[in-house]
Ligand binder design. Structure first.
Ligand SMILES: Nc1ncnc2c1ncn2[C@@H]1O[C@H](COP(=O)(O)OP(=O)(O)O)[C@@H](O)[C@H]1O
Ligand SMILES: [Mg+2]
Ligand SMILES: [Zn+2]
Length: 511
């Protein structure tokens, strides 16, 4: 008898539907066709053990299992469950009535326990899109899959529970969640800007970065508060929309890093990988491709602390994805794309000893050494960073006396308003969502300067020896500053402020 069940495979951050056909007839052999890798082949032995252990029989007949489409490489052992159920139905040990309404995923232990899979959320999204009424996933993954509306999501620990749900037509194991509700009130961060004393100019620069989605680098001596400031950036970012949350959650689901008890990445991610990270760890890769930190930071912040300590090659591989906001991983048999739209926040000391330009301590590095240190960060990476700011420490003796700063919520209100202006500005544009993402053509249309503004910018560029690449960066940042001011036209004071945030472009640095 021929029975069909349905499983699912992950490709990039999306799922595809895999049809599993099991045919049982006279004879003895076991065939598994459709490009399965070793783990799938091994499932034969596992399935014999599982079926015997749960009180059913592995049929001693000719069994042909076909998995389609054949051109998709089916990795791993997550097909155990749909294959086992199909074998049971094809050998008349269970009823096959409703099997066509289900997508099922799960690897089985020899005792029939269902082990977790990666990517349950995209699988549920795909199953719904393809019109399936139900999806069965491992219990550990049910919370992430259940945020999908319009499909019934069941989570089970053991194959016997699946069999009994199917035969009793019961709703045991069904989990319902409301994703929109889960985002409500989710904006609470453990760190607040008010804890950072003084540093008003740095906080202002971070506010601009948050408002326009600009990449930012902070340069300052050890202990000046760079890490402390970066940690507080998420607290002033605009709200996480349900679309963004789902997109980020999909990536975390595919990477298998969602905690068991939570289903939705409900606030913007903040990723801060250590500088010893590998290329693959940062941008993604591996034999079975996995998203890297730049994708896990989707719609949030990637903080690279001590930037010059990262291997140059690692920073180099980030360049293209930063430009495209997507990363393409190519392997012999597969090419996958992962989204990589994040805000880069970087921090570094100004020189090897750390005290170049420090008001209180003497730098012991030669000018040549300072230059070499800076050159460790590649020009093209720096080129994608709109704001450069020098952080000077608040002297220790002043820290106690300096009053508390503005709270993150107050700052965030301004960021949200500036964000709304950009939403309007780019509503017709499918690729650009923030000022930072504007192309040269967008800059021409949205960042027009008045004649005297243009003259001011040109003069500053000459006087401060700013490089040509700074020109468009300054215009974008000036646009965000004007948005924070709710000003339609970019004024001279907006430009003047934007010019201040190009420290590393000045040719005088390190001389
Ligand atoms: N402006 C400040 N307000 C309050 N505490 C500060 C400030 N600057 C530095 N600190 C204190 O100094 C510590 C070290 O700062 P940190 O962020 O690690 O510096 P950096 O990353 O620049 O080396 C912080 O954890 C904080 O306790
Ligand atoms: Mg630090
Ligand atoms: Zn130094």
């Amino acid at each position: 008898m021929l029975v069909k069940t349905t499983g699912s495979a992950i490709h990039g951050i999306d799922a595809i539907i895999i049809t599993i056909e099991v045919n049982i007839s006279q004879g003895k052999k076991f065939y598994l066709v459709g490009l399965p890798d070793n783990a799938v082949k091994e499932s034969h032995h596992r399935l014999v053990a599982v079926l015997n252990n749960i009180g059913f029989k592995f049929p001693r007949r000719r069994i042909v299992i076909n998995m389609a489409p054949a051109d998709i490489k089916k990795e791993g052992s997550a097909y155990d469950l749909p294959i086992a159920i199909a074998i049971l139905a094809a050998s008349n040990q269970i009823d096959e009535d409703r099997l066509d309404e289900f997508v099922m995923m799960g690897e089985l232990s020899l005792d029939g326990t269902i082990k977790p899979v990666k990517g349950a959320l995209p699988m549920a999204l795909k199953a719904k899109e393809e019109g399936f009424k139900n999806i069965v996933v491992p219990k550990e993954n049910v919370m992430e899959a259940a945020i999908v509306d319009g499909i019934d999501v069941y989570g089970f620990h053991h194959i016997n529970e699946v069999i009994s749900m199917l035969s009793n037509k019961s709703e045991d194991g069904l989990v319902k969640l409301d994703a929109a509700e889960m985002l409500v009130g989710k904006h609470d961060y453990p760190f607040d800007f008010s804890e950072v004393k003084g540093q008003e100019n740095i906080k202002r620069a971070l506010e601009i970065a948050a408002a326009g989605g600009h990449n930012i680098i902070m340069i300052g001596p050890p202990g000046s508060g760079k890490t402390m400031l970066a940690k507080r950036l998420p607290s002033i970012l605009p709200p996480f929309s349900i679309e963004e949350a789902l997109e980020t959650t999909k990536i975390h689901s595919v990477a298998g890093i969602l905690p068991d008890d939570s289903s939705l990445v409900a606030s913007r991610p903040y990723r801060s990988p250590h500088h010893t990270i590998s290329d693959a760890g940062l941008v993604g890769g591996g034999t079975f491709p996995q998203p890297g930190e730049i994708s896990l930071a989707q719609n949030g912040v990637l903080f690279l602390d001590e930037l010059p300590e990262f291997k140059r090659t690692v920073l180099e591989v980030m360049r293209q994805p930063m430009e495209d906001r997507i990363v393409t991983i190519s392997r012999a048999r597969v090419t996958v794309d992962y989204p990589a739209s994040f805000m880069l926040v970087a921090a570094m000391n100004p020189c090897p000893c750390g005290y170049y330009n420090d008001p209180e301590r003497e730098c012991v590095c030669s000018p040549g050494l300072v230059k070499t240190y800076l050159n460790k960060i590649s020009g093209p990476l720096l080129d994608r960073i709109d704001l450069h700011i020098e952080v000077t420490p608040v002297p220790f003796k002043d820290l106690a006396m300096t009053p508390k700063g503005e709270s993150s919520n107050t700052v965030r209100k301004r960021v949200i308003l500036a964000n709304k202006i950009q939403e309007q500005r780019f509503k017709e544009n499918t690729r650009v969502f923030s000022n930072a993402q504007m192309s040269s053509r967008d800059i021409d249309s949205y960042c027009e300067l008045q004649p005297d503004g243009l003259a001011l910018l040109k003069m500053a560029m000459e006087k401060l020896n700013l490089s040509a690449r700074a020109f468009n960066r300054i215009k974008k940042v000036a646009r965000t500053i004007a948005d924070l001011d709710n000003a339609k036209t970019i004024r001279n004071d907006h430009i003047a402020e934007a010019i201040q945030y190009r420290s590393l472009d000045r040719e005088s640095w390190g001389n």
